[in-house]
Ligand binder design. Structure first.
Ligand SMILES: [Zn+2]
Length: 192
């Protein structure tokens, strides 16, 4: 814009323009530079004004659109985002999930040592306290401080603890020696 203004000001004073390519003076009406032959941009007053007339309403429109978008974000986007964040960082749920991660870890640890015990004794102990101190330096407890559940039946063993954030209320995390798998299930089916 500034360059155009300078150019048109210069033109009114001298009726001459400069070539954009070689910088030499050229006649304002010529289409090509007489010095270097490059094509010259046409810049009559009409050409300068037309874009301004067209661009002004466009700017106003885009500003209005910006304001509408910003208002939409403030009134709809932000509350939705806040709700989504609240769900994502739901402190109670996150704490329960962390506790369950610890439970799954402990059950896996006890299960591993039970299998080591079985490898040497060819049976599972009648109580997991027998794993201490040979297999475990101390027996882990649940995040709530209670001992992990342990049952033996028919030569098989199960280790379990109630979950804090189960998919179904009352479900436990259950490892079964029979399958060697730990999974979430009802406490009633976590037998052997
Ligand atoms: Zn030129």
């Amino acid at each position: 814009m500034r360059a155009l203004w300078k150019q048109s000001k210069f033109k009114t004073l001298t009726n001459k323009m400069y070539c954009n390519n070689c910088g030499k003076k050229v006649d304002e009406d010529s289409k090509f530079c007489v010095h270097c032959g490059s094509r010259l941009a046409v810049s009559s007053d009409n050409k300068n004004e037309k874009p301004n007339l067209v661009s002004e309403p466009k700017k106003k429109k885009s500003n209005l659109l910006k304001i509408i978008i910003i208002l939409a974000i403030i009134f709809f986007g932000l509350p939705m985002l806040a709700a989504a964040i609240l769900v994502a960082i739901n402190p109670a749920k996150r704490q329960n999930q962390a506790k369950d991660a610890a439970i799954k870890n402990d059950v896996g640890l006890i299960a591993t040592e039970l299998q080591t015990y079985y490898a040497t004794s060819e049976k599972y102990p009648s109580s997991i306290t027998s794993l201490v101190p040979k297999f475990l330096t101390s027996l882990p407890t649940t995040p709530a401080g209670s001992p992990y559940g342990y049952k033996t039946s028919g030569g098989n063993a199960v280790v379990f603890a109630a979950l804090n954030d189960p998919t179904v209320v009352g479900n436990v995390w259950c490892w079964k020696s029979k399958t060697g798998v730990a999974q979430e299930e009802a406490e009633g089916t976590c037998t052997q």
